[in-house]
Write a protein that binds this ligand. Structure first.
Ligand code: CP
Ligand code: NVA
Length: 310
């Protein structure tokens, strides 16, 4: 395992598969106390429901405890430098999960302490979401072999982590995004460099071209946290990228509907699709807990945790 989980690319293929297997094992085992006495500091510069609750419960269910720190409260980078915050925290806690506005901030935290740092969402990536997403797909399909994933909408942080995880796991991805909202070419190039057999990524303009024959169709909000000033322009740009029943009908008949949540029904996805029979969105939300328990065990755990099934 690497020291940190800052990017979905940080786990190699074997570590990704080990994490997914351990998450499935942990789901059925409420009695593990491998992290008894260990503490996780959680820094949030942006709002959160899922990430906060699931990290807090993940460490608690493994016997440890979490300390929640709002970015404004500790003055990350203003009252005190990010590096000094990291140097303090490592004296008291065993790991840090941080949701920061800028990806550079979470990297600066990691570079300035010896304890594991986990990216709990930045402007560039959301690797913990990808962990839960591939766990959800694995649960539903039984295998990731031959999987074709479609992304419709903004080539954003969630999309980036999904692409990088897909590269590690050998999964094919087709992204449909309007001009100017494609995934960062540097992420696509990075994914190519780490790709396992089976991975491919194609960026297209037409949602129907991405969704055709897909086993899972993923979308996310058109305006991510911090982009509120662009909301109107984004609504115009993404009109035509709504995941509705007609678009979903182009995918495989049993294709999963995926969304990291929070969702805006009637904007990026219709209520009919989000709340419909193909939707896996609340399984994804549940799996944040199981995947993050596995991640914490692998990053922090004693040897038995790290040994996990392969
Ligand atoms: N999906 C997700 O990360 O949700 P929160 O922003 O509520 O944590
Ligand atoms: N792309 C969204 C994901 C929220 C979990 C955002 O960054 O706001």
């Amino acid at each position: 395992m690497p020291k940190d989980f800052l990017s979905a690319a940080d786990l190699d293929a074997a570590a990704w598969r080990r994490m997914l297997a351990l998450a499935r094992e942990l789901r059925g085992d409420g009695d593990r106390r491998d992290l008894a006495g260990r503490t996780l500091a959680m820094i949030f510069e942006k709002p959160s429901l899922r990430t906060r609750v699931t990290f807090e419960l993940a460490i608690a269910q493994l016997g440890g405890r979490a300390v929640h720190l709002a970015g404004g409260e500790i003055g990350l980078g203003s009252r005190e430098s990010t590096a000094d915050v990291a140097r303090n925290l490592e004296r008291w806690v065993d790991a840090i999960a941080a949701r920061t506005v800028s990806d550079a901030t979470v990297r600066e935290l990691a570079a300035n302490c010896r304890i594991p740092v986990v990216n709990a969402l930045t402007d560039r990536e959301h690797p913990c979401q990808a962990a839960a997403d591939f766990l959800t797909i694995l649960d539903r399909r039984g295998s990731l072999d031959g999987l074709r994933l479609a992304w419709v909408g903004d080539g954003n942080n969630v999309c980036h982590s999904l692409i990088l995880a897909a590269a590690r796991l050998g999964v094919g991805v087709r992204v449909a995004a309007p001009r100017g909202y494609e995934p960062d070419p540097a992420v696509l190039a990075g994914a190519e460099r780490i790709a396992e057999p089976g991975y491919s990524a194609v960026v297209v303009r037409e949602p129907a071209d991405a969704v055709a024959g897909a086993h899972a169709v993923y979308t996310d909000v058109w305006t991510s946290m911090g982009q509120e000033a662009e909301a109107e322009a984004r609504r115009r740009a993404f009109e035509g990228y709504r995941l509705d029943a007609a678009l979903l009908a182009r995918a495989e008949p049993d294709a999963l509907v995926m969304h990291c949540l929070p969702a805006h029904r009637g904007e990026e996805i219709t209520a009919e699709v989000l709340d419909g029979p193909q939707s896996a969105v609340f399984d994804q939300a549940e799996n944040r807990l199981h995947a993050q328990k596995a991640l914490l065990l692998l990053l922090l755990g004693p040897e038995d945790g790290a040994r996990g099934p392969t």
